[in-house]
Design a protein around this ligand. Sequence first.
Ligand SMILES: NC(=O)c1ccc[n+]([C@@H]2O[C@H](COP(=O)([O-])OP(=O)(O)OC[C@H]3O[C@@H](n4cnc5c(N)ncnc54)[C@H](O)[C@@H]3O)[C@@H](O)[C@H]2O)c1
Length: 302
Amino acid sequence: MPDDLLRYDGRVAVVTGAGHGLGRSHALLLAERGAKVVVNDLGGALDGTGASAGPAAEVAELIVKNGGEAVANGDNVATPEGAEAIVRQAVDTFGQLDIVVNNAGILRDRSLGKISVEDFDAVLAVHVRGSFLVTRAAYPYMKERGYGRIVNTSSPAGLFGNFGQANYSTAKMGLVGLTKSTAIEGARSGILANAIAPIAWTRMTESLLPPEFEAKFGPETISPLVAYLVHESCATSGEVFSVGAGRVARVFVAEGPGWSSDDLSIEGIAANWDQIVAEQPYLQPTEIGKQATASLQAMLKP
Ligand SMILES: NC(=O)c1ccc[n+]([C@@H]2O[C@H](COP(=O)([O-])OP(=O)(O)OC[C@H]3O[C@@H](n4cnc5c(N)ncnc54)[C@H](O)[C@@H]3O)[C@@H](O)[C@H]2O)c1
């Protein structure tokens, strides 16, 4: 084995939703490289109904069979008790928690006119509240040891929008906000947080993607990025990366140069619309204070 492989010996990871698809692949890769892994999965259907201990147990058993260390957890990330139990199991079993990969997710696709409040809430509960709850439960342990790596799972559907996914897109863009604020708050405690926006062939997408995608878009094409982002040598935080079929790219939120007036009016906005929507030169504030300062400086310009 080459000795320049990035490894995770001595690190403890929680991967949520690791019974299938992307989470399973992340858990297998981290364990293969030496991490001790809590394999969480509620084991329900794609729409979040039902539960089974089977998928998490199967992945944990496979890791152990391959010579790694793992335990299965069947808790629900979307409840405070479930999220706390996942983190407690990591600490009770392996003594610490260094890595959280918030990956659990469900789908309830409907067009905007047909979507029920229940379908909206259920999707937000797993993706947004689940990621928040697991992060919140892990945070004090990471803070105490001055070390943590968190990856949240966003989606191109949230970053760029998609027909029939108002609930899912809302949740996935919400995770960008969670990631950025976690990164800002965690910085002083050595806690880094990033998000990925993947595209891969899993049970979630097999009916949506063209069949020829199956060979090139396997879950194993996503996990190396997740693993890199949770490695101790990675210093990046607060960023979002799209990843699929072997390509990785940074996605960033930027603000155009804008147009300012001391006497903003509807007509002034209409007359200067081209400048308002211009993209160059863009600003990339790393926190709200920097964005506000840039706006203020533009206003104060003679
Ligand atoms: N596959 C893609 O192309 C794609 C694209 C963008 C984002 N994502 C995101 O990646 C993540 C993984 O999706 P996937 O494609 O591997 O789908 P998947 O259905 O194979 O995996 C999701 C897993 O999450 C588990 N889960 C659901 N609700 C849970 C809960 N409340 N608590 C614990 N576990 C729960 C499921 O049982 C399932 O095993 C999701 O967050 C998904 O939204 C996937």
